[in-house]
Ligand binder design. Structure first.
Ligand code: SF4
Length: 197
């Protein structure tokens, strides 16, 4: 039987720039392909290299960090038990960044859910738990829609809309929201501020 291949956009080593693990060195495994189409998406979904689990793990093992971040694209569409087993066999911890629209039945150590139901039609949540809820804040989010989502920690991250003036307003609104609702913590995209991958 042919060995399974995963379509990988890129594997790279950097600092996690966002959310709970911000500041930690991590190996990022970026899958190609997503079931949604957000206007601010920066993934090149068409591009990708077919790789086996062994090839992915070979790349991961070139780097010393314990944390492996599965991202995309939508990694929950593609991550399966054999890939998780292979990464865990390296002694690494698996984090996943998901839009939450696909059930997750594989063993992920840290799930970050960033719902997109405000940006895309037909993007209802289909996961029952997450470790970290990360909301991309535009100033117009209906925050009541996030109140019933259970998580260990809650992050609000200003949306980069590509317009300096609008971005400043969004950052200020994000700060205001956190100051008035301290359950939420500010998340910044450190990798973009520092201009690292
Ligand atoms: S859910 Fe994420 S990967 Fe998918 S289109 Fe939206 S921003 Fe891009």
């Amino acid at each position: 039987m042919d060995e399974k291949h995963y379509k990988i956009n890129e594997i790279f080593y950097s600092i996690q720039g966002e959310g709970y693990n911000a500041g930690r060195a991590a190996v990022f495994v970026r899958f190609s392909g997503c079931n949604l189409q957000c206007f601010f998406c920066d993934t090149r979904h068409q591009e990708g290299t077919p790789m086996t689990a062994a090839e992915i793990c070979h790349e991961i093992s070139r780097y010393p960090a314990q944390l492996v971040v599965l991202t995309g694209g939508e990694p929950a569409l593609f991550t399966d038990q054999p890939l998780c087993d292979a990464i865990h066999a390296l002694g690494r911890q698996i984090a996943m960044e998901t839009n939450g629209t696909c059930p997750i039945t594989v063993p992920i150590d840290h799930i970050t859910c960033s719902p997109k139901f405000e940006f895309c039609l037909n993007a209802p949540l289909r996961i029952s738990r997450c470790d970290e809820l990360k909301v991309v804040y535009t100033r117009y989010n209906d925050m009541a829609r996030y109140d019933n989502i259970q998580a260990q920690s809650y992050f609000l991250q200003p949306c980069n809309v590509g317009d300096e003036e609008q971005n400043e307003l969004i950052v200020q609104a994000t700060l205001d929201y956190v100051l008035h609702h301290p359950k939420w913590r500010l998340s910044l995209q450190l990798h973009k501020i520092l201009n690292v991958p």
